[in-house]
Design a protein around this ligand. Structure first.
Ligand code: KMH
Ligand code: ZN
Length: 309
């Protein structure tokens, strides 16, 4: 894979609100259209959340997930990776229900609990509706809960469904959680790590932080026992971390879930815009987007035929 890179596109997310950008896809049709565009631009993995169509509020709605997964499967060959992180206020059962219901090839698995602060965004001069303000302001007192019991529960669902976890690592301590979960027999290498940096409450987008987390993972688990990707939250963090991830030989994640800008003064008009910039960046490192099947082989996935959507 030296000259290839797996680009994941995180389409809509569960921790941003519509007032932040008109480009955030809300409806099933918008998420599907943007997913197709992102896949055509070079993304081989699409990371999926869904939202209430009338308000844009993130919801754990299996019917909406079914529509998005079904339509994207018809229109792209991309790996479809739904979330089990969900959004604020969702229970672990609500967050995990998607796995036994749709038996996806891959799903996210967040490796630890931490403050997830978005309240500074509420200070911005944007046309927030009351629920959006409350959703953001409420994160002053919000813990993104992923206890050892929660991770064990979700990992069990994934194991039973043949769903590969993409383990979200937000801080170096989450790697030691992972080591303990291996000792507990809950998870076993090889696994896929997503280093997510830039969330207020966890680690920030800084070269030293990513390198330290990567070197720690290599020391704890051994070089060949994991694949990894880097996801920077915010601008310019998303592309700074992508450049670093490409330099260090990793894969990358971009998308409106994590960042709303292509340039400091240019808001992204779609996820396709962000994937196009990621492809341009990768080309500067002589790396081209991996195809969905190259990604499946590299990530050890079961194939889209063995899913329930
Ligand atoms: N929103 C990202 C910061 C998940 O969906 O499981 C983290 C995320 C988690 O994507
Ligand atoms: Zn997500």
């Amino acid at each position: 894979m030296d000259d290839k890179v797996i680009i994941t596109c995180a389409l809509t997310g569960g921790m941003t609100v519509p007032a932040q950008s008109d480009a955030i896809p809300i409806s099933v049709a918008q998420i599907v259209e943007d997913g197709v565009r992102a896949a055509e631009a070079g993304a081989s993995v699409l990371h999926i959340h869904v939202r209430e169509e009338s308000t844009g509020r993130p919801v754990p709605d299996l019917d909406l997930f079914g529509q998005v997964l079904g339509q994207l499967k018809e229109r792209t060959d991309a790996v479809l990776q739904p979330t089990t992180g969900g959004g604020r206020g969702m229970t672990i059962v609500e967050r995990g229900a998607i796995v036994p219901r749709f038996r996806p090839e891959m799903a996210t698995l967040n490796a630890g609990s931490f403050n997830f602060g978005l309240y500074p965004i509420a200070q911005r001069d944007l046309p927030f509706t009351p629920w959006e303000l409350e959703y953001l302001e409420g994160t002053r007192d919000y813990i993104f809960k992923n206890t050892f019991a929660d991770v064990t529960y979700l990992a069990g669902l994934m194991d039973a469904a043949g769903t590969r976890p993409e383990i979200e690592i937000y801080d170096v301590g989450h790697l030691f959680n992972l080591r303990q979960l291996i000792k507990d027999g809950v998870l076993s290498p090889p696994f896929n790590l997503q280093f997510v940096l830039g969330v207020l409450g966890a680690n920030m987008v800084e070269p030293d932080q990513l390198i330290h987390m990567l070197r720690t993972a290599e020391r704890l688990f051994g070089m060949g026992s994991f694949t990894w990707s880097a996801a920077g939250v915010g601008y310019p963090g998303e592309f700074q971390l992508a450049a670093l991830g490409l330099t260090l030989g990793g894969n990358i994640r971009v998308g409106l879930e994590d960042n709303l800008r292509v340039r400091r003064r240019d808001m992204a008009k779609s996820n396709g815009d962000l994937v196009e910039k990621a492809v341009e960046l990768a080309a500067l490192f002589d790396r081209t987007p991996a195809s969905p099947d190259e990604a499946r082989a590299h990530l050890g996935l079961k194939g889209s035929a063995d899913t329930d959507f």
